[in-house]
Design a protein around this ligand. Structure first.
Ligand code: NCD
Ligand code: ZN
Length: 321
């Protein structure tokens, strides 16, 4: 099975040793990835953007990092300067997830920024959760997505890591809303996390939800919905930090083998989800690269540096060449 130019539309690589440990697993499977900016301090200025991109390039080959910057109250000059070199600006509500303390406190504060982004054609990427009850946070955020979509009809807005069925309906209602779907929200439910022995390695924001949510997400992905794109949200934390409660699933090593089993021979839909939808929706132009999977038993790594991958040690029927 050959995939053309897979793109991971939502990826956390971190920096330094962690980046060097985890990046080989993405480069091996993806031609490009959208890189999240929630570092400490965040990637929110030209200097930080350039040095982070250089670090990624110095540790990769045949791979295009599509850089995101962290939302703040940018000036028009800053946005004009950044526009050419970024894929999108990532909005984190303040304190909602890992390293988001400096996020947006009130959406109204960034309306002037959104106005300019709309004019310049810079997409908006959103971590859509309120600070309500954990299972309701995405659903409660739907009104914010709707308001943004209405107030900025020409701004392309990405609802990241959709884990709740309620948000998917918005794709039909608003032309300018798009969605990314992770491996874990596609394949797991809250039972995998907390139904038996607690598995902290499946704990992430937004939390994985009900069987009904999972089925709805699977339905949208299986029908090859044009606005639904793969974004792993692979988010490595050391085992030590995971056991302290850090949110994030390190799924990078197992993505294509797991998706190959999910799509079971429907390569056409697999190709759309993993690349074509994203490239068409956002006019992404990156050097093409073919990735081959063969039908051969493959075991997911048990450990990567200090990080335990999702499905560590699990056997898959497909292997990335
Ligand atoms: C991400 C991280 O660890 O950076 N964690 C997560 O649970 N998904 C941040 C994020 O995307 O929310
Ligand atoms: Zn993320």
């Amino acid at each position: 099975m050959i995939l053309n130019t897979p793109i991971d539309m939502h990826l956390h690589l971190r920096e330094g040793k962690m980046l060097r440990d985890v990046i080989p697993y993405t480069i091996n499977q993806f031609a490009a990835a959208v890189i999240m900016p929630n570092l400490v301090p965040p990637v929110d200025n030209r200097q930080r953007l350039e040095s982070y991109k250089e670090e990624i390039l110095a540790n990769s080959e045949n791979f295009t990092p599509l850089m995101n910057v962290f939302m703040r109250e940018y000036t028009e000059d800053e946005l004009l300067d950044l526009a050419e070199d970024i894929f999108a600006i990532k909005l984190y509500p303040a304190g909602i997830t890992t390293n988001s303390e400096g996020g947006v406190k009130s959406i109204e504060n960034i309306y002037p920024v959104l106005e300019i982004m709309q004019e310049l054609g810079i997409p908006l990427s959103v971590h859509g959760e309120t600070n309500g009850f954990v299972l309701d946070r995405e659903r409660e955020f739907a009104v914010v997505y709707e308001k943004l979509a209405r107030d900025f009809p020409k701004l392309k807005i990405i609802m990241e890591h959709v884990g709740t069925a309620d948000l998917l309906g918005l794709l039909e209602e608003y032309e300018n809303l798009y969605a990314t779907v992770t491996l874990h929200h596609l394949l797991l439910t809250l039972d995998d996390l907390a139904g038996g022995m607690l598995n902290p390695h499946f704990f992430c924001k937004p939390i994985i939800k009900t069987p009904a949510d999972k089925l709805k997400i699977q339905e949208y992905v299986k029908k090859g919905h044009k606005k639904v794109m793969f974004g792993s949200d692979s988010a490595p934390h050391t085992i030590k930090n995971k056991l302290k409660g850090a949110a994030g699933v390190f799924s990078a090593p197992v993505i294509l083998p797991a998706l190959a089993e999910f799509f079971e021979g429907d390569i056409e839909t697999f190709q759309k989800f993993i690349s074509d939808n994203a490239r068409e929706n956002f006019n992404i132009e990156v050097p093409e690269r073919k990735i081959e999977l063969i039908e051969e038993e493959w075991t997911a790594p048990y450990i990567v540096g200090e990080v335990k991958p999702m499905w560590a040690g699990k056997k898959f029927r497909y292997k990335v060449l």
